[in-house]
Structure formats: C-alpha cells, structure tokens
Design a protein around this ligand. Structure first.
Ligand code: SAH
Length: 214
C-alpha cells in the first residue's frame, strides 16, 4: 500500500526489524504493506511506527513492531495455513497474519476493541479475517484444528484448549509468566506431546479468562 507513511514504514522495517534479525522476507513484506497508523487513535498516528507499544482503547496495547514481527516469524507461515489469534485488540497483528496465510480467526473479549478492528478490516478489504467476541482461552473449536496459534496477551500457563485445537506439527506462540513479565514460548505439537522453546522476555497485558487470569 502506498500512502504518506510508506517511507516511514520502510525505515521501521530496516531499523527495527532487519537490524534485529528478522529475516523472513514474507514477514518483512507484510510489515511493509500493512498501514499500522490506521490501527491506532488519530492522535497517535504520527507515532504509530515508533519502536514501542502504544495504548489502544480499554487500557490495552498494540505491541511494538519488533514483537509483532518476531512472533509472526516464529510461526513459519508459508501461505496455506489456517491461523487462530487470541486477543484481536487493534486488529494490527491479525492484519499482518492475514497477509501471510489463507485464513485468520481472531477472538477478542472486549466489544469496543473488536468493533474498531472490524471497521479497519473492512476499510482495507482484509476479507480473510473472521472474528468473534468471546473468551479466547477456550479457543474457537468450530473452525479448528489450526496450523498455527498466536496469543497476544500474557497468561499464567498455556491454555489446554489451545493445545487441543492445534494440528500435529502445528506451532503456537504465547507469552507465559506473571502479570508483570512473561517469557515468549514457542510450542510445537508433535506425535509424542508438546515441545516448548523459550524465545524472549516480553511484557503483555493480561490474558483474562477461564484458562488465564480470573
Ligand atoms: N493483537 C493485538 C494486541 C492487543 S493487546 C493488536 O495487534 O493490537 C491484547 C488483547 O487481548 C486485548 O485487546 C485484550 O482485551 C485481549 N484479551 C485478553 N484476554 C483475552 C481472552 N481471554 N480472549 C480474547 N481476548 C483477550
């Protein structure tokens, strides 16, 4: 997409992503393409491409661009996948995912956020994103199993329903820890169970729900 932020977006890709080791060209292209400024409040548009998270409505946050890229890259998407995201928020992460796979399902528990995200998806003609209002720690069993799952809020443990709704060979990224600091975990579901790799220290808002914080 060509807009008044195209140059700034390219600089974001070079200075924040390439320089820190994001190498997946498809991920870099998606981050070049998605107009991040449309997912934040008008008053914050000029800061949308900065190297930091930003507040969105209802006390939630849109992640720093590098974290979005890093979590996306960890899923190894090739284009054919069905992906589940928990925590739609602004919709930015879902939009990035939608450029990289066949279908995105995204679940949000706060209605005002979901409504805002849906409006942007419509404006941008991102038709391969389906969303619903619910407790995402329960997953979205009707459309599963998923090739990949991304959780963009931090919980005390990996919600069991999400593991169940992942295909064998599938990958999930999720921040796990206390309410101040978490470790980004990469979960791979194999024939002999689940393999967990720790990626990096992160700080996310709370995953609130049956299999999250109460
Ligand atoms: N991916 C979002 C990040 C938003 S912050 C973006 O790109 O903007 C995390 C979001 O997770 C918040 O909007 C919060 O309301 C939501 N959330 C927290 N617990 C949830 C749950 N159990 N189910 C669905 N969404 C949840």
């Amino acid at each position: 997409m060509i807009d008044r932020f195209s140059t700034i977006r390219e600089r974001m890709v070079q200075e924040q992503l390439v320089s820190r080791g994001i190498t997946d060209e498809r991920v870099l292209d998606a981050m070049r393409a998605v107009p991040r400024h449309l997912f934040v409040d008008d008053a914050l548009q000029s800061r949308a491409y900065g190297d930091f998270p930003l507040p969105i409505a209802a006390g939630q946050t849109i992640s720093q661009p590098y974290i979005v890229a890093s979590m996306t890259q960890a899923l190894h998407l090739s284009g054919e996948e069905k992906v589940l995201e928990i925590g739609t928020g602004s919709g930015y992460q879902a939009a990035v995912l939608s450029r990289l796979c066949a279908q995105v399902y995204t679940v949000e528990r706060i209605n005002s956020l979901l409504a805002g995200a849906r409006k942007v998806f419509d404006t941008l003609n991102y038709f391969n994103i389906v969303s619903k209002l619910d407790d995402g720690t329960l997953g979205w069993p009707e459309h599963g199993p998923y090739d990949a799952i991304m959780v963009t809020a931090g919980g005390p443990a990996i919600p069991e329903p999400l593991v169940e709704q992942l295909v064998e060979g599938g990958r999930m990224v999720i921040p796990v820890g206390d309410q101040y600091l978490q470790t980004l975990e990469l979960v791979e579901k194999t024939a002999d169970g689940v393999k967990i790799m720790e990626l990096e220290r992160v700080r996310f808002v709370d995953l609130v729900g049956k299999h999250g914080w109460q």
